[in-house]
Design a binder for this molecule. Structure first.
Ligand code: HEC
Length: 146
């Protein structure tokens, strides 16, 4: 049916648009509905959007005293220090950040492995983390206390 085709096309367009926006590739003029969302270069963005993703998916191995691969990510110092392979993020340059490669499962297959090792976080969550690093990886010094 042409109607459902049109609907499908609309849904696809919307999905694509939200991907582009999520990845921070395109910044629309803020409208009232978006005003409540913190900007990616704020501690609020980290605390409200990024931290829950890291807590759920990474802290069992990289937080609260756990430091697999030599990496702790629940403090700013730990995140900036990186792991066995050195820096894992380059604030302002998500494309050069090992962490971003690994969560996209676009890094080395074994050392360091894709992260998390046994699963992949959602595209929306990947986009949120990427956007935050691209905006400078702003976070409170002691993120774990938030
Ligand atoms: C089940 C445990 C586990 C979970 C969950 C996990 N990691 Fe890891 N992570 C590891 C291990 C083990 C290594 C070391 C892998 C290696 O050296 O091959 C590692 C290494 C890394 C490295 C590379 C460190 C370096 O310098 O080599 C990064 C970056 C990383 N993890 C990020 C994350 C992120 C971000 C998440 C959550 C999205 C996450 N990890 C979830 C176990 C885990």
């Amino acid at each position: 049916m042409p109607t459902s085709k049109t609907l499908q096309a609309t849904a696809l367009t919307l999905a694509f648009a939200s991907l582009v926006v999520g990845a921070g590739l395109w910044r629309p003029t803020p409208v009232a509905a978006q005003a409540a969302d913190p900007a990616p270069d704020t501690e609020a963005f980290y605390t409200q959007k990024v931290l829950p993703i890291l807590k759920t998916n990474c802290y069992t191995c990289h937080g609260g005293g756990n430091h697999r691969g030599g990496l702790t990510i629940d403090t700013k110092a730990g995140l900036l220090k990186g792991g066995h392979d050195g820096a894992v993020i380059v604030p302002g340059h998500s494309d050069q950040s090992l962490l971003v490669k690994l969560i996209n499962h676009a890094g080395p297959a074994n050392d360091p492995m894709p992260m998390p090792p046994k699963s992949k976080i959602s595209d929306a969550d990947i986009a949120t983390v990427t956007q935050w690093i691209q905006a400078g990886a702003i976070m409170p010094a002691d993120a774990a206390a938030q």
